[in-house]
Structures are given as structure tokens and as C-alpha cells.
Write a protein that binds this ligand. Structure first.
Ligand code: TXA
Ligand code: MG
Length: 315
């Protein structure tokens, strides 16, 4: 993790424009939303998304929430439906996140969704978040802007206490009015599922949907962060710490070596993270067992290895 000096930006238009430029350059910018401060990256840039996990010191690749300017922008990424329409009309912009199937050509980095066929999308109502999304004119992936395992930040000072020197800038928009994360509802199926309670009470969702969403269960992201049952696992068997492929195997390489696909020839863990899910999908499509080269278990390597161990686990 290289150190940077973290710029403290105000909500003035020229500072918001500076923040949008940094995002476009693949840098990380923490910004206020009505719920908590988010650690933002260009959701289409796999390297930038990998840097989010690195900055947070997150040992696992949980899928991230994609922030967009409005429902129209969301509809270019995910497959919309009647429940999404009803809820968006009532609660967007605001502290409510939808999980919906990805559309073909969505353009999001595979690391944002951790390889899932769905994405979590939300339109924040904080004026500074809105200004940043308008200026950036693209989807912003953002988990809460805290070190992994620490309390979510609701002021710019909280962000700097944890992430100073690890992100390019923080946009200061004052204290977050809601102060806890968005409600997440999975709208993929006809029966909505409440994945995480948050800023919009479940009772309010029930009023609009006509029935209460199915409550979170053991497979929800809240009770088991990063351990979603639906997490992408290849159909093919996966063999870790392989020096060479056995006959019939396809090889996922790392560092200078012969391989069918190489996560990073130069041994860059950020590049490897950005390529991970896409390459697993591509190798899986070849329909042969997958051998994976050893990945150093430091920095982002810990999250890469966590994901690979899950992919290799007997099922
Ligand atoms: O209020 C919030 O939602 C804040 C602000 C910054 O917007 N963001 C936030 O993001 O809390 P994060 O990354 O800390 O939480 C994302 C949650 C995770 O628990 C993740 O498992 C779930 O959303 N999630 C993301 N994509 C998903 C998907 N495709 N299916 C199921 N759950 C998903
Ligand atoms: Mg969080």
C-alpha cells in the first residue's frame, strides 16, 4: 500500500470537480452520503476497485454498492422491474439499495460484484454525493470509508482518522444526517428479501410493496459478511498453490510464468485482484479443472486467497 497525501476538499463546485477528476484518473475519493461516508472508486475500473479493498485493509472481496445519479442511470446497469419502480419512486434518492440482475454490457468491473450475476445499486440523496455523481457522470462503487472491522464514518474527521494517507481525497460535507447504512433489499425474485436493515425501515418498504419483504436469513450479508451463499464459485474444480498444471488442467498464473491466463505477469496484487473474477469465469467456461499459482498472502493477496480458497472448497 503506497502512501499518498490525502487532500481535504470542500463541497464547493471546484472541489467537487477536482474529486470527479481524481475518480476518473482511478484514484480513491471519500465522499459524504446521507447514510455514512463512502470510499468511492470508478465502478468500471477494476484497478481502482481493487485499491478500495486495499485501502480498507479488507481481507475479503465483498460485493460493493454502486452509486448512481438517478433511476435512469441504474437502469443502464441492472434489469429493472415493477418492485424496483415502486420503491424507487418513493425512496430514491435516499438510503435504500436494490440488488438486481446485471444487464449485458453493464460495464462494471467484475470485482465490484465479486463475480455475482447481480449488483447492488443506490441513488444517494446527499447534495454533495449528488453533485459528485453529476460531475463524474458514471457509476461510483463505495463501501463505507473506514478501515475493515472499524466503525463506519459519519464525518470527514472519522474518515481521515482511519484512511489519511491511504486515499487521494476526502470531500467534506459535514455530518451524515442518517448515520447508519442504507437498507438493502434483494428485488431479483418476485418476493423481495431484506438483506440488511438500514436507513429505510422495513415497515415503510412493506407499505409500498403491499407485503413485508422476507427477513434476512443466515445467508444474508449482514449475518455473514462476505460469505454470501450466492457468491460466485466456478463449476470446475480448483487446485491451489500449483507450480504447474497437471494434464487436462487450465492454469491461472501469477507472476512471470506460462499460463492460460495470468492474473498479473508483473506480480502486482492490485492488477491480480482486478482480473480475478473475470479470469475465473473465463477459465470456467473452458470446462476443465483449474490450477492456480501461489499468490503471496500479503496485502490484497489475503483477499485473493480467501476467495480462491472458497472457490476450491469441496461442495
Ligand atoms: O449506506 C450505505 O449503503 C453505504 C454508503 C457509502 O452508501 N455503503 C455501504 O456499502 O454500506 P458496503 O460495501 O459497506 O455494504 C455493501 C453490502 C455488503 O454487505 C454486501 O454484501 C451487499 O451490500 N451487497 C453488495 N452487492 C450485493 C449483491 N449483488 N448481492 C447481495 N448483496 C450485495
Ligand atoms: Mg461497511
Amino acid at each position: 500500500m503506497h502512501r499518498v497525501s490525502t487532500a481535504r476538499l470542500t463541497s464547493a463546485p471546484q472541489d467537487v470537480a477536482k474529486a470527479a477528476r481524481l475518480l476518473a484518473e482511478g484514484e480513491l475519493v471519500a465522499f459524504p452520503t446521507e447514510t455514512v461516508y463512502g470510499l468511492g472508486a470508478d465502478a468500471r475500473n477494476g484497478r481502482a476497485v481493487a485499491a478500495v479493498y486495499e485501502a480498507k485493509g479488507r481481507p475479503q472481496f465483498n460485493p460493493l454498492i454502486v452509486h448512481v445519479a438517478d433511476a435512469n442511470a441504474a437502469q443502464t446497469l441492472v434489469q429493472w422491474n415493477g418492485n424496483a419502480d415502486k420503491l424507487a419512486n418513493t425512496f430514491w434518492p435516499g438510503p435504500l439499495t436494490f440488488v438486481l440482475p446485471l444487464l449485458p454490457g453493464h460495464g462494471l468491473a467484475s470485482l465490484v460484484t465479486a463475480g455475482l450475476p447481480t449488483a447492488a445499486v443506490r441513488v444517494p440523496c446527499h447534495p454533495v454525493a449528488q453533485a459528485l455523481l453529476a460531475e463524474f457522470d458514471g457509476p461510483i462503487a463505495a463501501p463505507s470509508a473506514n478501515l475493515s472491522g472499524r466503525v463506519s464514518p459519519t464525518t470527514a474527521e472519522h474518515v481521515l482518522a482511519g484512511l489519511s494517507g491511504r486515499v487521494a481525497a476526502v470531500l467534506d460535507g459535514g455530518a451524515c444526517p442518517v448515520g447508519l447504512e442504507s437498507t438493502i433489499v434483494d428485488l431479483t425474485d418476485a418476493t423481495p428479501r431484506l438483506l440488511r436493515p438500514g436507513g429505510v425501515p422495513a415497515e415503510d418498504l412493506a407499505r409500498i410493496l403491499g407485503a413485508a419483504p422476507t427477513p434476512a436469513d443466515a445467508s444474508s450479508p449482514v449475518s455473514a459478511p462476505g460469505q454470501l451463499a450466492s457468491h460466485y464459485a466456478p463449476r470446475a474444480s480448483v487446485r491451489l498453490d500449483a507450480a504447474l498444471p497437471l494434464p487436462g488442467e487450465v492454469m491461472l498464473g501469477f507472476g512471470p510464468m506460462e499460463a492460460d491466463l495470468n492474473l498479473s505477469v508483473s506480480g502486482d496484487l492490485g492488477e491480480a485482484a482486478a482480473n480475478l473474477f473475470d479470469y475465473l469465469h473465463r477459465l470456467d467456461a473452458m470446462g476443465r479443472p483449474i490450477a492456480v499459482a501461489p499468490i503471496p498472502d500479503v496485502g490484497l493477496g489475503a483477499a485473493i486467497n480467501d476467495r480462491l480458497r472458497r472457490a476450491a472448497a469441496p461442495r
